[in-house]
Design a protein. Sequence first.
Length: 192
Amino acid sequence: MFGIFIYKALENFQKENESIRKDLFEQANKDPLTKLPNRRYFFNECNKMLSLAKRKKQPLAILSFDIDHFKRINDRYGHEFGDNILKRFASTLQEKTRSYDLVARMGGEEFAMCVIGEQFEHLLDIARKIKDEVAKVTFHNDRLTTSIGVYSATPAPEDSLEDFLKKADLALYKAKRNGRNRIEIYDKNDRF
């Protein structure tokens, strides 16, 4: 009888421990507002994807997204409204990407996507679908838009994830400089 009691107590302890472990994993790796993976998770998983791309000599792509004029949205309509915009944007990213594409909230109104093994034209098609879907969101006689920077290459052995992110960000800044609500592709002449 005592053995059954101990067995049940251990079983309950293991279930509680597993539940706590799952909660801690979620807190460490998910953005609480959008429910997307966070920056930490993105770096960990995208580095794995980069290693795989190097081994298999496949292209890896980073797409950087930024919600245009987000500060103005927050200032004009309030932070609760801004949070709803972030959730809606995250939902659009999830709807327009495949389950094996890694999409994350990097912070603020910045999001990123990491894709392995895709042809460049297909990446641009994904980016266009996201941009067009976001532009369908209207509020208070205004329209939501996003700028997108794209960098895709078959990584060399010395390439790092930071190299890929920097180049995608350079393309993103070019999209913002060129009028926003657009997609720009990294060019080796791009500079901050």
